[in-house]
Design a protein around this ligand. Structure first.
Ligand SMILES: Cc1ncc(COP(=O)(O)O)c(C=O)c1O
Length: 478
């Protein structure tokens, strides 16, 4: 890099080309070997992290040396989240064209926070949101927001409902969810001023779903105490067991009681794109607001969440401001202006990555991929459920299932220990990575199929490794 003119940070076309080519070739080589990288990298890295601490560099370094450290030493010390064997947590994506889009948006660096600064680019984001709206069966009045993830989508939904239903009387408002709700909803409530003593965590049924009669009693009790129930946060695919709450019955209840129904579809909502899976998600299209996470169900890289609000005017009312120094939008009903629908002004351009991937592949291929992930989960659950010593407690409603190990006379503590040990053994084998959860004191192993790279081969590997682990941990015990 030329040092003679220190204030000049511009690179020549030749240097840009070479830098881009080097980053591209390393990235492509990395992705080409992703299937053979261990499903969980070596994350025992405390010493490494300590050794990495350093002051700000006064002078520059050659890019090759920097990329060497990144690709050889640091990236491998992580969960292989984009790998085909990643069946842990809720798998993410990382479609390559999304990276191309991010490169273009960062390098061209246009301002997409307000409509007037880049109208055509903002229109691409508006198109993406409108496609989501149509796939989720929301009406044309709906508007939305691309966020950094499901957590921020949930936050904006609660804020919007709070503004609309509580106004300035925030303290008396009560929010309802189940014990299985994602912790981000509780956190979002707190950020939106709904403190933990105003959040009800309702017990679930045997299939880990919210129960409307329990909800109804809780709402009645709170009203009797002079509080103001305002929002029910249900889940379309819980993180623990993949349970889909009875969305339609909750929608009926909310409608009758004048409550806002927010559906957290961070994991499950995109399955609504598949016609044949809509019955599982029945009622989702009636939600007042919906979290949907393209970095899960649309296989985007992390940092891509989304929110839809049925009555878009309410989302705008929660966020719209005017400032003398900002350019206006010709007709706010016709032209979408992200800053009027969310808390941020300057932001990246997440719309481009979603738009480019959808245009390049076409929607049909996303539907096919989602349908395949569900079929793979059903196949894995069927085969694992037949193994001796396995109790399948949550068969896949979408593409996630949960189970535990048992044997004659085993205690809960024995079963928990063996189930956790199974996860460790399967993951240590390196072909797939599994994680578990604890529900009501019971340790569960879970498998979530949502990486676009997961195909039949990884499912076969998963079943084989679970079978071997289950046999070793349960057979002959009594
Ligand atoms: C059901 C559910 N809701 C919300 C979230 C939070 O989403 P994010 O991590 O994108 O903020 C997750 C994350 O896994 C989730 O599984």
């Amino acid at each position: 890099m030329p040092e003679e003119d220190a204030a000049n940070l511009e690179l020549t076309p030749g240097v840009m080309q070479a830098m881009g080519a080097e980053a591209l070739s390393r990235t492509v080589a990395h992705l080409a070997s992703i299937g053979t990288q261990p499903a969980r990298g070596d994350v025992d890295a405390e010493a490494l992290c300590r050794a990495m601490r350093e002051g700000p560099p006064e002078h520059g370094t050659d890019i090759s040396a920097l990329l060497d450290s990144l690709f050889n030493d640091w990236i491998p010390r992580s969960f292989t989240t984009p790998g085909p064997g990643y069946l842990a947590y809720i798998p993410g994506g990382g479609l390559f064209p999304a990276a191309v889009a991010d490169f273009i948006s960062a390098a061209t660096n246009r301002y997409t926070g307000v409509w007037m600064a880049a109208p055509a680019l903002v229109q691409l984001e508006a198109n993406v949101l409108d496609w989501f709206r149509a796939w989720m069966g929301f009406p044309e009045t709906a508007r939305g927001l691309l966020t950094t993830g499901g957590s921020m989508a949930g936050f904006n939904a609660i804020l919007c409902a709070r503004e609309h239903l509580l106004g300035s009387d925030i303290r008396s408002g009560v929010l309802y969810s189940s014990t299985q709700v994602h912790h981000s909803v509780v956190k979002a409530a707190r950020l939106a001023g709904i403190l933990p003593d105003r959040v009800r965590s309702l017990p679930v049924d045997a299939a880990y779903r919210m129960q409307v009669d329990t909800l109804s009693r809780a709402v009645r009790d709170d009203r009797a105490r002079g509080l103001r129930p305002f929002l029910v946060a249900s889940t379309a695919g819980t993180t623990n067991t993949g349970a889909v709450d009875p969305l339609d019955a909750i929608a009926d209840f909310c409608h009758a009681e004048g409550l806002w129904h927010h559906v957290d579809g961070a994991y499950g909502a995109f399955f609504h794109m598949c016609e044949e899976l809509r019955p599982v998600l029945n009622g989702l299209a009636r939600a007042d607001s919906l979290t949907l996470d393209p970095h899960k169900g649309l296989f985007m890289p992390y940092g891509t969440g989304a929110l839809l609000v049925r009555d878009g005017a309410l989302l705008r009312a929660a966020h719209a401001v005017s400032a003398g120094y900002l350019p206006g939008t010709p007709d706010p009903d016709e032209f979408y202006d992200p800053s009027q629908y969310g808390p941020e002004l300057s932001r990246g351009f997440p719309g481009l990555r979603v738009w480019l991937c959808l245009k390049l592949f076409g929607t049909a291929r996303f539907r096919a991929a989602l349908a395949e992930k569900r079929a793979l989960a059903v196949d894995a659950a069927t085969r694992i459920g037949r193994l001796p010593g396995v109790v399948m407690v949550a068969p896949p409603q979408l593409s996630l299932f949960a189970f535990y190990l048992t044997w004659p006379n085993a205690t809960l503590a024995d079963e928990n220990e063996a189930t956790r040990e199974l996860l460790e053994r399967v993951t240590a084998r390196g072909r797939v990575m599994l994680t578990g959860c604890t529900v009501d004191g019971r340790a569960l192993a879970r498998v979530c199929v949502l990486s676009f790279r997961t195909r039949q081969a990884q499912i076969d590997a998963c079943v084989e490794d679970v079978a071997a682990g289950a046999a070793a941990l349960t057979s002959g015990r009594s």
